[in-house]
Design a protein. Structure first.
Lengths: 115, 117
């Protein structure tokens, strides 16, 4: 069975601080996909990134970066120079190879960025 | 494309009443998923369809819950009779198969916030 653990329930930072959200996963599949979704206070789920299990390259998109380490089954997410608008719940998720939509979600990390 | 469209956005109903949630997936997506979000259990998959056929309904909590997909552009999730513990946000999502290269992540609708009193 697949499992995703986000050990940090809540994180509070001050604007411009860097923050890293941790994600650890478990799966028996050799091919799988990892995701991060953002859920702002308005409630929708916003896709941020998808990574497949064969691609361990780190990725940077603006202030966002992701570190995928297969050896430790981790897929961590860093926000550099955080902003108040980054305040949201962030979910890490895992899917099997056949469908990106059959997701196993972590419990989410509530990020609050104070001005 | 307008994205995944769910209706209603909010639903308040009395215990024992039938509730029907609706979803229109993104055109061309042949996977459709229903998720439920609660404080206690987080986001959990209830059921998903491929080409309008239910593939896995192991997440459906009870027989009171049923889902249908009569065609590629419409799905319903029905709860009959509803109970207060069904109160949650229900999300619909759609995706295209993983073998395709573009836009294959799951796109979620805005969700339906259900309150059963």
């Amino acid at each position: 069975a697949q499992k995703v653990t986000q050990a940090q329930t809540e994180i509070s930072v001050v604007e411009k601080e860097d923050v890293t959200l941790d994600c650890v996963y478990e799966t028996r599949d050799t091919t799988y996909y990892l995701f991060w979704y953002k859920q702002p206070p308005s409630g929708e789920l916003v896709f941020l990134i998808r990574r497949n299990s064969f691609d361990e390259q780190n990725e940077i998109s603006g202030r966002y970066s992701w570190n995928f380490q297969k050896s430790t089954s981790s897929f961590n997410f860093t926000i550099t120079a955080s902003q108040v608008v980054d305040s949201a719940v962030y979910f890490c998720a895992l899917s099997e190879a056949t469908s990106y939509g059959k997701l196993t979600f972590g419990q989410g990390t509530i990020l609050t960025v104070h001005p | 494309d307008a994205g995944v469209i769910q209706s209603p956005r909010h639903e308040v109903t009395e215990m024992g009443q039938e509730v029907t949630l609706r979803c229109k997936p993104i055109s061309g997506h042949d996977y459709l998923f229903w998720y439920r979000q609660t404080m206690m259990r987080g986001l959990e998959l209830l059921i998903y369809f491929n080409n309008n056929v239910p593939i896995d309904d192991s997440g459906m909590p009870e027989d009171r819950f049923s889902a249908k997909m009569p065609n590629a552009s419409f799905s319903t999730l029905k709860i009959q009779p509803s109970e207060p513990r069904d109160s949650a946000v229900y999300f619909c999502a759609s995706s295209s198969p993983a073998r395709q290269l573009l836009n294959t992540e799951a796109f979620f609708g805005q969700g339906t916030r259900l309150t059963v009193v």
